[in-house]
Design a protein around this ligand. Sequence first.
Ligand code: AHR
Length: 512
Amino acid sequence: MKKILTLCFVCLACFAYSQETATLALSNDSKLTISKYIYGQFAEHLGHGIYGGFWVDKDLPVEKQDRIRLDIVNALKKIKIPSLRWPGGCFADEYHWRDGIGPRDQRPRMVNTNWGGTTEDNSFGTHEFLELCSLLGTEPYFAANVGSGTVEEMSKWIEYTNSNSGSTIAQLRKQNGHPEPYKVTFWGIGNESWGCGGNMTPEFYANEYKRYAAFAKNYPGAPLKKIASGPNSDDYNWTEVIMKDIPTWDMWGISLHYYTVPTGDWGHKGSATKFDEKEYFETMERCLKMEELVTKHAAIMDKYDPKKNVALVVDEWGVWTDVEQGTNPGFLYQQNSLRDALIAATNLNIFNNHCDRVKGAALAQTINVLQSLILTDKEKMLLTPTYHIFDMYKVHQDAKYLPMQLTSPDYVSGDKKLPAVNVSASQDAAGKVHISFANLDLHNDIKISTSLKDIKWKSVTGQILTSANITDVNTFDKPNTISLKDFKGAKKDGDNLVVTLPAKSVVTLELF
Ligand code: AHR
């Protein structure tokens, strides 16, 4: 890769900026689709994700349906979230769904032992969640309680949501105000069963899965997509045992959880807003580990499922930092910077490029928790840089995957380096090609020359997300510091596309 040094004669000081170059070759020789479910979200009963997030006090001065905040619903509808995982997380394995139906003032209360020891009043239960999904136009993804529940409890939850029969449990749903079955198809069989979900060995869990799955019944119009509790990060043995012991016909997917922890130290994870270049660099190294994880777990799955029928569902991912000062440590509330936008874009590029196996994912977590799309402070709300990445990337949902070859310059920091650029691309049903680039380099613009074999196009438009500083955030006082802008740095040069990607930016181009 060539480095161009340009002397700046304006100030006559010996100031130089440099521009790196990269090449990209795109082809449309593919039969793969980027599943929209890669763009899924996760909302747990944790901190102000549900209570004070989606579900607010009836007196809060915002537009609501029942107690669901409609400004949030409208913002999320814009980015087309395809699925929403609920009620946890670790919370799922202590959640008993029967506590969350019927008259709200009679619902039992419980203590949320995982997250801050708050009192859970169960006012947000099955019907409220499914009403939220219907308002969002999104598919529900339930995580069933395997850790402290029973097979009967899970089986009846499925019957309650999906059966149209005369059974007592189906009648109960009707009495509770929903005559038609909800037809919930995504069911997670437990969560993190190697940890908060029961500290199981993979062998024990595989047996449990089969027992639970046997009683997870299909009802008319609602064939289940059962998702096994998968590995923690690089626990490859977990994947091996699950794939070996559970028949592939009985499992729609297997989950994978991996968080980007800036320092790599769970005791001191690093701040969401105050970090230097060294910590930024290490964070991006840890973020890029997702590529290795997906590749290696997929290779194990290939041994048992060469036709790739079982999905890898990365249903918890994102950056996990220390909480904001003065907030409850059990609520996992963190700000969201331009760095987090680069993390989101890089992960989504990885998932898009592995769409042969990665057919679902869920960012943790939608509102006010970890890498959020939205932050709220009473009636105020803001869209985070991560939200804007999901807005920019929604064009890839259910589009044809375009394979590529990329040669990227290195982003060098001290004696370490990593690929500065990552990319993914797709073609939508109308024939428009979308290419998403992330430039992780904090200092260098990168000029990318792209050849597009067999792809006809005449014009290019684009959007960019960047800001003056990598630590920049949106605040309630200045909610638009980071937002999508038109991008003018791409042009046609013969048959090639030439793009100049600014340092620390994410760009999506549309070719038509
Ligand atoms: O997303 C926060 C927590 O992280 C989830 O509850 C759990 O599944 C994971 O460990």
